[in-house]
Design a protein around this ligand. Sequence first.
Ligand code: KG4
Ligand code: ZN
Length: 354
Amino acid sequence: MLEVMEMKDALVLGIESTCDETGVALVRGGQLLADRTATSMDEYARYGGIIPEIASRAHLESFLPTLDVALEESGVQLSDVDAVAVAAGPGLVGSLTVGICAGKALATSLGVPVYGVNHVLGHLAVDELVHGPLPDKFIGLVVSGGHSNLLLVNNIATDVRELGGTLDDAAGEAFDKVGRLLGLPYPGGPHVDRLAQQGNKEAIKFPRGLSGGRDKERYRYDFSFSGLKTAVSRYVKAKELRGEPISKADICAGFSEAVNDSLTAKAVQAALDHDVKTIVVGGGFSANSRLRELLTERASEAGIEVRIPPIRFCTDNGAQIAAMGSQLVRNGVQPSTLQFSPDSQMSLGEMAMA
Ligand code: KG4
Ligand code: ZN
């Protein structure tokens, strides 16, 4: 077991394999030494979505080469590693299994502890590697293809409370679905974002889910994007029926505004309600240009600081898992036992597997 003195500078190897990215990173304390990622995303364009069995096989093929290049980049030896952190969930079971088996095997052969960590919390933990120590208390907004969550974080390693999440689609998922509806390539998110920047966001007013009447209070920190997606679909069909042309740019702009209005209003509200001065954003959807703009604008009006890692740390990566592992080690959290399995539904209040 690591001594307290060593914990602060422990060298943590992080492994990410929740979805289509195979990530390996090395972190010492709050400092990133190396971060390498391989992705199988190109294989899914023709299917219009991720095929879990292809993703699992790709992890198996990519893991050792990715580990090798990460070690080379870091300048450390595998034998220097003090702890292994591996994403245990949420994610695709087959994909997670590959990373977990690799992580357990490495930890066992090195004689070091293994932590099965929460991938979603890693999206927030990674910000320390870029912007320095995390604040004592912050609101976490995690937005990706699978998640849209608001979290109250008192300590990322020991005390996280889920305030709310999406009742149906995640923000990225809703963008991908609207992309498909408009005939854009998969994944649609970045394409919808690009078109939205060219359109007029006032031209079409789409509904904001859970933001009026009784729902506003009952679902104070929750999101719902499926009604919005249906509204876009109805709008397009009605135009087609009447033989009228559509402006994809205006549709994307109006849709993007509706999603980002909900996300940013609720994130700022959560910070004000909990007397928190910082919002940390993570997840692939934080690449969205309007989210960055609107959140920064609204938060600054409310005297709240916004921290968003650079895009390469927002999409799934090994650094987020190593950063989360490093937090667990430094906070003296017990490692996981070797018996843990992937947890595709891992709760956001659970930092690491028991
Ligand atoms: O976190 P991530 O890389 O993967 C997981 O879902 O775990 O997020 C990918 C999601 C996809 O739905 C993708 O379309 C969306 O984030 N996305 C975007 C943008 N860039 C990526 N959505 C809107 N605007 C973007 N610029
Ligand atoms: Zn993710």
